[in-house]
Design a protein. Sequence first.
Length: 189
Amino acid sequence: MKKIILSVALITSSSLLIADSNKEIKQEAKIAIMKMGKALKTNMKKNLKAGGVLQAASFCLQNASEIEKKVNDSYPKGITVKRVSLKYRNPANKPSIDEEKVLKQIQSDVEAKKEIPKMIVKEVSKNSYKVYKPIFINKDVCLVCHGSKQVRDKEAYKLIKEKYPNDKAVDYKKGDFRGAFVVDIVKSK
């Protein structure tokens, strides 16, 4: 009887540790994503306001990767954030095999009208995690570069196609699953 109680107590306490660990991991990821999202969004809004869609697209094409690098350099050691998509524009946003599997599962769940978690934590190995935050097309302004041919801004898309001739990040509608922020977190031992 004592062995059973001890086993249950160990299982329960280890489950609590995993739950607490996931909570901590999600919090770290949330902070990192908010910082990256704010940096990208602020610059897009500023350029949209200053020169419209053409200036915002031009700025994004020339500077988004550098903004991501600077923000990643500002994080504590062991934390990086990137954006991935099944329909990527920039080849740097192509998902790895494990990321593609998660994105396909999210897409499948979206199509099945299942509730999508705000964050998905995957343990890669001991002390190493990937946290996914799904991205959806929630604003009409996104469609001027990512929508159908009828909706996209022709001049802005001409610039995009020049830089990314194999662009796949189009034909979205409002509410579509776009991809995910992926936060890699490696905890020091």
